[in-house]
Design a protein around this ligand. Structure first.
Ligand code: NAP
Length: 253
């Protein structure tokens, strides 16, 4: 694999005829990914918690002149089996296929030593960041398998590769995300119908980053729209045969 986000040039029709579901598509990196996928020809299913944000992303995609997306509200902290089945049924009824799944939704939890970490917060962070992503993947696997060239992309973090003090459940959940990606990639690699990878976005100008680093000047950070190369590469056919990898969306000079 010789991917470099600084030089990657996706073809304008990279994602044409593909149906892609993005979680956390209403804001931040997920919204930028949804807009980028739509701009490269995909039809988007915008999932997230806050409906008004999904509607706004929907309208922005239409204003770009791209294919009409649909919205699929799903609160990953509260969703039960029937909610996941309903989403699967919505995808099947509207499109009859699914070619890509970007697991982008995530929560930060609290920044505190593990000794004092609130266990309810721990459970919620692990659930939203890891368990819900697996639950969503499980119900969508038949449609992804049917695609023939499907891509599942999980969202990692630098603190999911090297542990860092006070990052608590968030860091542990991102280690788990890397593990989940690797296990699923290994399980699907021999059939070769689904590739499964991670993107570590790196420091990016979003609400979550501002929450984690309140004293930081956000203008020193790249906007989500400027880090999309790895997201496009992994979602499209240029990454055929690439599975079980964890890419960095930003490479420090
Ligand atoms: P963000 O702006 O806070 O976006 C988080 C997204 O997750 C929102 O769209 C939010 O949806 C969604 N979400 C949160 N809880 C949810 C729930 N219970 N159900 C459904 N959706 C939920 O943060 P971001 O920086 O773009 O984060 C995107 C991903 O990148 C996360 O996985 C994060 O860990 C990762 N990341 C970010 C950075 C960075 O520097 N920004 C660095 C490394 C990794 P609503 O808006 O609808 O609530």
């Amino acid at each position: 694999m010789d991917f470099d986000p600084r030089t990657y040039e996706p073809a304008p029709d990279l994602l044409s005829d593909r149906v892609i579901l993005v979680t956390g598509a209403g804001s931040g990196i997920g919204r930028a990914a949804a807009l980028a996928y739509a701009a490269y020809g995909a039809t988007l299913i915008l999932s997230g918690r806050v409906v008004s944000k999904l509607e706004s992303a929907h309208d922005e995609i239409l204003a770009q002149g791209d294919a009409q997306p649909s919205i699929a509200p799903l609160n990953l902290a509260r969703a039960e089996a029937n909610d996941y089945f309903a989403l699967r049924d919505q995808v099947q009824a509207q499109y009859g296929r699914l070619d890509g799944l970007l697991h982008n939704a995530g929560i930060l939890g609290i920044r505190t030593p593990l000794e004092q970490y609130d266990m309810n917060t721990w459970a919620e962070v692990m659930h939203v960041n890891v368990t819900a992503a697996l639950a969503l993947t499980q119900v969508l696997m038949p449609q992804l398998n049917a695609s023939g060239d499907a891509s599942v992309v999980f969202t990692s973090s630098g603190v999911g590769r090297v542990g860092r003090a006070y990052w608590g459940a968030y860091a542990v959940s991102k280690f788990a995300t890397e593990g989940l990606m690797q296990v699923l990639a290994d399980e699907t690699s021999s059939a070769g119908r689904i590739r499964v990878n991670c993107v570590n976005p790196g420091s990016t100008r979003t609400a979550m980053r501002a929450d984690a680093y309140p004293a930081e000047d956000p203008l020193t950070l790249p906007e989500p729209a400027s880090i999309m190369a790895a997201y496009l590469y992994l979602m499209g056919p240029d990454s055929r045969g690439v599975t079980g990898q964890s890419l960095d969306a930003q490479i420090k000079k």
